[in-house]
Write a protein that binds this ligand. Structure first.
Ligand SMILES: Cc1cc2nc3c(=O)[nH]c(=O)nc-3n(C[C@H](O)[C@H](O)[C@H](O)COP(=O)(O)OP(=O)(O)OC[C@H]3O[C@@H](n4cnc5c(N)ncnc54)[C@H](O)[C@@H]3O)c2cc1C
Length: 433
């Protein structure tokens, strides 16, 4: 039986972050990933020379960005301009995303413009922790007076969080997400797959091993302590610590007697966020000035990521469209709506089409901070020593990939315990957690 200090189930961003950190701390680490390649939802598909993420991905300047920078990742790409349009009543209008575009926007009255401008100024200084306990709707309705400014805020906050549940979403994390997006985001050259490669290289250099195409079947534990992981082929890996870096449902399923642990609560309280994503590579844009569009009266978003990043080998423009899905979804209807949006924004796009990817319903978050009395999952499973969870759903108030990296850091920090730092690091690296 192979022996490791740490077995990590799941080779997405959370698993890879944990792998870099634990191996830097001198631990013998193995990452078990069921797919044939690493990355999970951060993988990139290459089609006809175009790089498609699994739906449009933007790196905010939050925990993940800081973590990747500390790891020394190159994060090549660029910051897109925020000159935006809004769709309202089937028409495109300039959207106020900055003080300068505010004057030009026909969407807001003068009173609305003044209110919007004051929010743009207040936003970066706001203490959003005060709003972790109230719903997004309560925050918007209680704080924003002008009805059209409210519509614009619903749209901006939906895009920052991917959520379509303002009555459930806790306001604080979503407001933080928007504040972070307002500091500028990065679109990565060759997509997030390039980042995944770098993380894998860094973990490998520190000595981590990877088992791809390998499904973990269960986590072994005895007398309240983890002993290893059983794989689908019946073989097992012995490990002192196991970090499950996949979904709450997978973590629950993998652990025998999970009903007697916090894993049950974490699974039961989880609420998914999904979206439909249409990505197209176009030889050229029929309407080059219309590259960034928020649906104000519909839950849709469009961005040409090629305006800031190299996403094709031959200059094709990669345009990403997202339909935020609420409780119900209809793949054909969603596709039609996304294509109609492209007809409006880039009329004649079909004649320029090089490649296309449609994901009818992809899970963006397995859970988020909601107001139904949610407890923060992880980092450790209190009933089983040596067992931890990580992943975007194990959020303690962070959003999206920031929650993936923050939860991975919490898990590794807990695992290492206090007092283990530089002295234990391999290759003389400082432990960055
Ligand atoms: C459409 C879309 C758009 C997004 N846009 C953004 C964005 O703009 N900005 C942002 O910050 N974030 C964005 N995200 C979110 C971001 O992609 C995720 O937060 C992040 O990739 C999640 O990483 P993870 O490691 O938590 O989970 P995952 O990537 O899901 O990784 C979990 C891994 O576990 C593996 N696994 C599961 N079960 C097993 C098993 N039994 N054995 C072995 N392996 C197993 C899976 O195959 C998977 O690779 C977006 C996500 C989507 C879907």
């Amino acid at each position: 039986m192979e022996r490791y200090d740490v077995a990590i189930v799941g080779g997405g961003i959370a698993g890879l972050t944990a792998a870099v950190l634990a191996s830097k701390a001198g631990k013998r680490v193995v990452v078990i990933e069921k797919q044939n390649r690493l990355g999970g939802r951060a993988m990139t598909n290459r089609k006809e020379g175009a790089y498609f993420n699994l739906g449009g991905h933007a790196l905010y300047k939050g925990d993940a960005y800081e973590t990747f920078r500390e790891f020394g990742c190159s994060l090549q790409g660029g910051e897109p301009s925020i000159d935006a349009f809004g769709i309202w009543n089937g028409k495109l209008s300039v959207l106020p995303t900055s003080v300068s575009s505010l004057l030009a926007s026909p969407l807001l009255s003068w009173r609305g413009k003044l209110e919007f401008a004051s929010w743009l100024m207040k936003f970066p200084k706001m203490d959003t922790r005060n709003y972790d306990g109230i719903s997004l709707r309560d925050w918007i309705e209680g704080n924003i007076k002008d009805p059209m400014v409210r519509h614009v805020f619903y749209s901006l906050l939906r895009t920052a969080s991917y959520g379509m549940a303002p009555d459930l979403q806790a306001a604080g994390p979503v407001l933080r997400g928007l504040a972070s997006a307002m500091q500028g985001v990065i679109y990565l050259d060759e997509g997030w797959g390039a980042l995944v490669r770098e993380l894998q290289e860094k973990a490998s250099r520190e000595g981590a091993s990877f088992l791809t195409g390998t499904n973990a079947a269960s986590v072994l534990h005895e007398l309240g302590a983890v002993t290893g992981v059983v794989l689908d082929d019946g073989s097992s890996i012995s490990a002192e610590h196991v970090i499950v870096a996949s979904s709450p449902a997978v973590a629950y399923k993998l652990v025998p007697q999970a009903d007697a642990t916090a894993l049950r609560v974490w699974k039961e309280q989880s609420i998914e966020i999904t979206s439909a994503c249409l990505d197209v590579a176009l030889r050229k844009l029929p309407m080059p000035n219309q590259q960034f569009v928020y649906g104000i009266d519909r839950p849709i978003f469009l961005t040409n990521q090629s305006r800031a990043a190299r996403l094709s080998d031959d200059g094709a423009q990669v345009v990403c469209l997202i339909k935020y899905q609420g409780a119900g979804s209809n793949p054909e209807k969603d596709l039609k709506e996304l294509e109609e949006t492209l007809d409006l924004v880039q009329p004649g796009w079909r004649g320029e089409l090089v490649a296309k990817q449609y994901l009818p319903k992809i899970t963006v978050c397995h859970d988020f901070l909601h107001v139904r009395g949610r407890v923060h999952p992880g980092p450790n499973v209190p009933e089983i020593s040596g067992l931890y969870v990580a992943g975007e759903w194990a959020s303690h108030g962070e959003l999206l990939v920031d929650a993936a990296t923050a939860s991975a850091k919490r898990a590794v920090r807990h695992m290492l315990g206090s007092g283990i730092g530089e002295g234990n690091s391999r290759n003389g690296h400082r432990v960055v957690i």
